[in-house]
Design a binder for this molecule. Structure first.
Ligand code: GFB
Length: 424
């Protein structure tokens, strides 16, 4: 891994304007490592932020696997064009680098990664050598088996410029500049690392992009490698700081008191269930917006949500409740009106924070505050709630205080979420 880390670092060196090709650092890398190859990916535009984080993990595990044989660098797809990111007052929400939301040093402890903008700096022609658009099998399937075949495209969002003999497409908002000569559709049924032989046998392309990468599955959902990839996805320090300030100011919550202090290096951090105590508040992820329409059977009315919150507040003997929600302010106001006897909080960003970190940053701040509460209750099958649950596993909370959800009033059984516990 050290060698590949060096290879990744070589790329950092290459972007540096002050870089001198004959420096000893560069020689070391050229001597010891083969020139790295680049794997890029994108996800179905309809998918939200937290499913995209899950797809990152599948691809990161694949790239880690590729690196067992030769150096590959995962090029991080800039964030943007997200259906849920609707704020108008923050400028365009596209081409957002990963460093706005995540700690790249931490990601690099699992796999070599680089920002797309940096990849463009070292590819002056702005070409991605080959793009494979993943798709399912048109005819469907009777039995699940790992297979892949080049097939005619069922759907193709790219367009061909015959004058220049180039394919163009969205390319993370860089559609004017970036292009490829080779675009093929690939029907796939399989785990991410099933693509490894296909990628390694192809020796001509330095850069390969897999579009619709959500088509491939996790190699092994929930095993220790899965959790290493997850643990490496630490939020950017600046966002954690904003959330921590909010905890301290309004929720009487600090890492020291809550026993949630992080080790600097996640590879050295191991917690037992129950180590984390959490701040003296209940945290709730109340998913609204599209879920109110598309998941009517799962999402409670605001009044019924308040009823469940009250019950928990009494049981836990708490006074403060933090609500993370995508609800409009009038819905939040209504919820609050049912909870008058409690201190009800919602994080509202300053205009500076909003314009700097945008809807994605605010979502992360909400998640980080939820992750530190004494007790968490989420919304059914929301990946936003799932990511809070994983965060709490990493911090070392008792699973009973994490894997909980709100239920619709008609749902008498109110089955609670599966407990996906951390594995080291
Ligand atoms: O993250 P996400 O994929 O979770 O999408 P789901 C929900 C988005 O809505 C977040 C916003 O990324 C945020 O932008 N959002 C939701 C919130 N809850 C909150 C919150 O508590 N605070 C803040 N600040 N923002 C998926 C959809 O939603 O469900 C997919 O993304 C698909 O498109 C799937 O529909 C079924 O898993 O909840």
């Amino acid at each position: 891994l050290l060698l590949w880390a060096l290879a990744a670092h070589a790329e950092d060196v290459l972007y540096d304007d002050n870089f001198e090709p004959d420096s000893s650092k560069f020689k070391l890398v050229v001597d010891e490592a083969k020139a790295p190859r680049y794997l890029l990916y994108d996800v179905n535009p309809g998918e939200g932020f937290n499913l995209r984080r899950d797809v990152y993990m599948r691809i990161a595990v694949l790239v880690r696997n590729l690196n067992e044989d030769s150096p590959w660098i995962l090029v991080l797809p800039p964030w943007g064009r997200m259906y849920h990111w609707k704020s108008k007052d923050v400028g365009q929400q596209i081409r957002i680098p990963w460093s706005t939301f995540f700690d790249l040093e931490s990601l690099r402890r699992f796999v070599p990664v680089m920002e797309f903008a940096d990849f463009l700096k070292i590819s002056p022609s702005k070409e991605i050598n080959e793009v494979y658009y993943l798709q399912n099998y048109k005819e469907g399937w009777d039995k699940w088996e790992e297979k892949m075949d080049k097939r005619p495209c069922i759907f193709n969002p790219y367009y061909f410029d015959s004058e220049q003999d180039r394919w163009h497409g969205w390319f993370f908002g860089y559609e004017e500049e970036v292009w490829t000569k080779k675009l093929e559709c690939l029907s796939v049924m399989g785990h991410a690392s099933f693509l490894k032989p296909f990628l390694t046998q192809n020796r001509t392309a330095r850069s390969i992009m897999l579009d619709r990468a959500e088509i491939v599955l996790h190699d092994r959902y929930g095993d220790s490698v899965f959790w290493q990839a997850r643990r490496s996805m630490r939020f950017a320090q600046q966002l954690r700081d904003i959330a921590d300030d909010f905890r301290r100011e309004f929720l009487d919550s600090t890492d020291e008191k809550d026993e949630t202090v992080l080790d600097d290096d996640w590879t050295q951090m191991k917690r037992n269930h129950g180590d984390a105590k959490g701040g003296p508040y209940l945290s709730v992820h109340l998913r609204r917006e599209d879920f109110v329409r598309s998941r009517r059977k799962d999402i409670p009315s605001l009044e019924h949500a308040a009823k469940q919150i009250k019950k928990l507040m009494t049981k836990l003997k708490l006074k403060r409740v933090f609500i993370a929600t995508d609800a409009p302010q009038n819905e939040f106001g209504e919820l609050k009106s049912y909870l008058e006897e409690y201190q009800v909080y919602r994080f509202t960003p300053t205009p500076e924070v909003k314009s700097k970190y945008k809807d994605g940053g605010v979502a992360i701040i909400d998640q980080w505050i939820c992750a530190h509460a004494k007790y968490f209750v989420g919304s059914r099958e929301s990946t936003f709630s799932f990511r809070i649950q994983d965060e709490r596993e990493i911090l070392g909370f008792d699973p009973e205080k994490t894997f909980n959800r709100l239920c619709n009033e008609e749902d008498k059984e109110c089955e609670q979420p599966a407990k996906w516990k951390i594995v080291y």
